[in-house]
Structures are given as C-alpha cells and as structure tokens.
Design a binder for this molecule. Structure first.
Ligand code: ATP
Ligand code: MG
Length: 451
C-alpha cells in the first residue's frame, strides 16, 4: 500500500487531508513539525510527502531540500498559500513534483496524488523490465567450460567500460553474437540499446539507409525521414555482423563515422553526432581480403583494435556437454515438461561429431531431436546431422543436390548412419557399434539382423 506523509502545522488541515486520502485507500501519516516529519521519513518507506511550505517556526523549503537529498524515492507535492507563486516555482526547481494552492480542492488533490503514483509505477516498471532484460541478456547463460572460452570471458570483464572496438572472429555458429552481447552488458552502456545488424543480409542501398537513416525524399519511396541504427543505438552498442561483406562505398562511410563520430543521413546535409560503440564480427579471412584490396586496410585496423577469436566447438570439446545440457534445459523450460534427457549413446554420438555449424547446429539438432522423439528422451535415431532443407548449416559446405532432396525418413537416416559406420569399419559390427555409441545388439536389431 502506498504511504503518504502530510506535513502541516494546522491540525484541521492534517485531519481533513488524512481522512480524504485514507478513504482513497492510502496509508497516511501526519507530522506537525519538520522534526516529526524527519522522524517518519527516517523510519517508514514513504512514497509521497504533501508538504506545507509555511510550517510555523520551521522552514518548508529546508525540509524539501532535505527530503530530496535523503529520501530520493519519495516524491513531494507542495502546498502554498494563494498568491505565493514564487515559492511554488522555487520548490519545483528544488525537485518537488507538483504544487497545490490553498485552500485545497479535494478532487484536485486526489487527482494530483494519483498522477504521482502513476508516474512512480511506470518508473518502477521500467526499472524492473530493464533488470529482467539485462539479466536474461547477461552472459549468465553462456557456457564457458573450456580454457579458451574462459579466457574470452576474462577479456570481456577486463575491457569492461573501455569503448575500444572489438572484432569477433570465428566460424559460423560459434557464439560471436552472444559474445558481442556479453561485451555490451558488461559495459557502462548496458542500460542502452544493443542493436545487431547482419551486413550481408541486405543489398547495399538498403543497408546504407538502415545504418544511417534517410531524409524525406532521398530516394523514390522515401516518404518520411527515418533514423538509422547509428542514431537509434546512441549511447549503446551497434553490432555489425558479417562485416567482411560490406561494399567498398559503405566501408568508406563506416570509416568516416569511426573517425569523426558523426553521421549523415542518406540525402541529408546535416552532420549528426553519435556516440556508439562498434563491435564487428566476421567468419571470413579479412587479412586476405585486405591483401587483395577487397577490404580497406584502414577500416580493418580501426575495427580490429581488440581481436577476439572464438574457436570452433571441435577445438574446445569441454564446452560440448554443458552446451547440450543448456539447450536441453531451455527446451524443457519452454515446453513446461518435467524431465527431458539425452541418452548416453546419443551423447557419445554428439561427441564423435565434428560440428561444422558449431553451437547453432547443436542447438538445432537437439531441438529437432525432441520434435522427432515421442518420449522425453533423445536417443541416437533422433539425431540427424545431414544438411537438408529443414536443417541448413549456414556457411558450411552444404551439398546442393542433397538439400534439394526430400527429407529422408527417420528410419532411412538411422540406417544410413549405421551403414556408413559399418563401411568405415570394414563391416566390423562391434567397431561400428562402438563408434555410434550403441550396443552391437541394437545395431543388429536396427539392421533387421536379429540378436
Ligand atoms: N558458449 C555458448 N553458451 C551458450 N550458448 C551459446 C554459446 N555459443 C553459442 N551459443 C548459442 O548458439 C547459437 C548461435 O550463436 P551466435 O548466434 O552467437 O553465433 P554466431 O557466431 O553469431 O553465428 P553466425 O556466424 O552464424 O552468425 C545461439 O543460440 C547462442 O545462444
Ligand atoms: Mg551471428
């Protein structure tokens, strides 16, 4: 329940306001002197103080200043005598939220009080959502069991609030965006926006206006002016994914932003100041692109102040088990099931795989495994590694005619795995079964060979 403190030296006013506000459902305390008010403020969680500026021997302005310094959560509404508007102006300047002139109109008072609490509720809601957002986006959910990933977390913590540009490199699906987010949320920019953009997803002109915005009439169809991502991310972080793919013209524009910290909207004249931290990522060999002239070397050096290399999963195999557990747990929570498990055999298969699509591929395979499983368990038959229209390994060498094919049935998939394993082990069933992480009996049963 919201608590209101009424400070007035006139007994009749204290009593009237108290009854009025109590009938509106508030908890009301009263004080006749500044001392009494201070005692309440020190002990009770007061949300709002309604304060008469003329307090007999005490000075209401002093009390107001004191409240603003020590009880920053409490809002103040000032009551002044009719005609003393200077006092009201002065108290608003000192941080009062609102003022009322005496004699007090009850309806007016209730309206103003409601308004204060609406504003407070909104502010509290924003704080709560921010906390929630930053908790869910913090790297709490980031697996870092391997020394390589722990090293990266360490660097993220150490760079903390320094705004140095970071270039995150690594194969597709290694977690480059997750790391960029972690850098943002560990920095002083964490309360502002983190905006990711995939630079290779848009044609040049669109990317240009997406990044820098455009003025009305800049091109056909530009019926209104828009703010680009640089302006929207002001105070925050812009994550430029697949930076290796941007055109020479945009490379030049980007370099200028990094040097001058100002942008110009497409078709615009005005230089607009922006304060944005840039994190870029690529899975390409940028050094070669620089050598061949496809990527500007000056831009490369500007972006690559701190290089972070994220190794592929197969080079940090310690992360695999915790990643499996994390993804399984996420699905379990999302689907509200009590229990979800991956059999030891299926885990062994996951460990034997080379993960060209890294964590993202693992996430997809587990997701699909549960979709295919009629129980709460993923076993070897539910693991499907092949490229198919349903499961595309971005950036990995996907076989085109393979992806044109209709998705094979689960049974076909399983048989194919087993036959491949057998072929790889010269038909030796024991060796093939061991490689698949299943028993020889299971292998024979799957092949229809009997026990
Ligand atoms: N260390 C990790 N801990 C937890 N989840 C991870 C980790 N690494 C990657 N993931 C998850 O894997 C998925 C892919 O990660 P992300 O999008 O960051 O990769 P990426 O390197 O940006 O991929 P791409 O190159 O394809 O853009 C995301 O769902 C991410 O949350
Ligand atoms: Mg990415």
């Amino acid at each position: 329940m919201r608590k209101i403190l009424i400070v007035d030296d006139e007994h009749a006013i204290r009593r009237t306001l108290c009854l009025l506000l109590e009938s509106e459902g508030y908890k009301v305390l009263t004080a006749a002197t500044a001392d009494a008010a201070r005692a309440h403020l020190a002990e009770e969680g007061i949300d709002l103080v309604i304060l008469d500026l003329r307090l007999g021997d005490d000075n209401g302005i002093d009390l107001l200043m004191r409240i603003r310094e020590t009880n920053t959560d409490a809002e103040c509404i000032i009551m002044t005598a009719f005609g003393s508007i200077e006092n009201a102006v002065e108290s608003m300047r000192l941080g009062a939220y609102d003022y009322l002139t005496k004699p007090i109109n009850p309806e007016e008072l209730i309206l103003r009080v409601k308004r204060v609490f609406e504003k407070k509720q909104l502010a509290e809601e924003v704080t709560r959502l921010r906390d929630e957002l930053s908790n869910s986006s913090r790297h709490d959910g980031m697996v870092a069991a391997s020394p390589a990933m722990r090293g990266i977390l360490n660097v993220i913590q150490r760079i903390g609030s320094q705004d140095i540009p970071v270039l995150v490199r690594g194969e597709t699906g290694t977690g480059k965006e997750l790391i960029a987010r972690a850098i943002h949320f560990a920095s002083h920019r964490s309360q502002r926006l983190f905006l990711p953009i995939n630079c290779c997803a848009l044609p040049e002109e669109l990317l240009d206006s997406e990044l820098f915005g455009h003025v009305k009439g800049a091109f056909t169809g530009a019926t209104a002016s828009t703010r680009g991502l640089f302006q929207q991310a002001h105070g925050g972080t812009l994550f430029l994914d697949e930076i290796g793919d941007i055109s020479p013209r945009l490379q030049t524009k980007l370099l200028r932003v990094l040097q001058e910290k100002t942008i110009r909207q497409v078709g615009g004249e005005r230089q607009i100041e922006v304060d944005v931290r840039i994190i870029a990522a690529t899975n390409r060999d940028l050094e070669t692109a620089v050598r061949s002239g496809a990527f500007r070397s000056d831009l490369f050096f500007r972006l690559n102040v701190l290089p972070l290399h994220v190794p592929p999963i197969r080079e940090r195999i310690e992360d695999l088990t915790p990643l499996i557990d994390l993804f399984v747990e996420r699905i379990r929570r999302r689907t509200g099931r009590k229990r979800l498990a991956v059999t030891p055999e299926a885990r062994a298969r996951l460990h034997a795989y080379h993960w060209p699509g890294n964590a993202r591929q693992l996430e997809n395979i587990i997701e699909r495994g549960f979709a295919l499983s009629s129980t709460d368990t993923i076993d070897v038959p539910q693991l499907m590694f092949d490229a198919s229209p349903l499961f595309e390994v971005k950036g990995a060498a996907a076989d085109t005619h393979e992806s044109d094919r209709v998705l094979p049935t689960l049974e076909e998939q399983t048989l194919k795995h087993i036959r491949d394993a057998l072929a790889a082990h010269d038909g030796n069933q024991v060796a093939a079964a061991r490689a698949l992480g299943i028993s020889r009996t299971t292998l024979r049963r799957r092949l229809g060979l009997g026990p």
